[in-house]
Design a protein around this ligand. Structure first.
Ligand code: ZN
Length: 215
């Protein structure tokens, strides 16, 4: 869609290979995976994921995401599908939660000196999604939280406001942040990673944020 505005480098796609061959059943050899935190969310998460990926994923009995089949007629993003497969194969676990309860932080009122506890929500701080890494190492286990709500407005490459659907929010958190942390970097920028998927899906590309948005 339109100009790429310097936020997307097609050369990045060359880094990733993906096969549209016969259906594959994948068995995780090392117990590391992408897991759903609550089986009640599995159907919703699969809808979010499979609506954007070129392959079809399922959750197994242990709530681990598995590749079910590849289907060249399905359409969707091959990059997103391939990144999920890479994450399933990686040595770290990504846990996906659907929640708006992120926790609370203690803040000191600068005027009164009183300590207040402020409730933090994913919609409040993350615009619909947040990726949390281990405190000590960004490359450790990842927790992706999404509220399941549409995001706050962001800008497309022409500066027009756009909102991300819950499926796009989840894609941003996975492709933009969590998967680069466990598999290795994409472009270095979360929005540029997101735009590789958007470009494959012929969706309007997202413009840069006013502040840097690293993986
Ligand atoms: Zn982000």
């Amino acid at each position: 869609m339109g100009g790429m505005g310097g936020v997307f480098t097609p050369a990045n796609l060359a880094m990733y290979t993906y096969s549209h061959s016969s259906p594959v059943t994948y068995v995780d050899p090392d117990g590391n995976e992408i897991v759903s935190q609550n089986p009640k969310n599995n159907a919703k998460l699969l809808l979010y994921i499979n609506s954007l990926t070129s392959a079809t994923f399922v959750f197994d009995k242990e709530n681990k995401l598995q590749l079910s089949k590849t289907d060249s007629a399905k359409g969707g993003s091959r990059f997103y599908a391939n990144r999920l497969i890479q994450a399933i194969n990686s040595k770290e676990t990504i846990t996906i939660a659907v929640t708006n309860e992120l926790g609370s932080v203690k803040k000191t009122d600068p005027k009164t000196g009183k300590v207040m506890v402020e409730r933090v929500t994913i919609d409040g701080v993350g615009g619909g999604g947040v990726t949390l890494s281990s405190k000590f190492d960004v490359h450790g286990p990842q927790v992706v939280g999404i509220s399941g709500h549409t995001s706050k407005p962001v800008s497309d490459v022409s500066g027009k406001p756009m909102k991300l659907s819950p499926s796009e929010v989840l894609m941003h958190e996975l492709v933009g942040h969590a998967i680069p942390h466990v598999v290795g970097g994409g472009t270095g920028n979360a929005i540029q990673n997101e735009n590789i998927v958007r470009q494959e899906l012929n969706k309007p590309l997202r413009g840069p944020d006013s502040v840097p948005h690293p993986e």
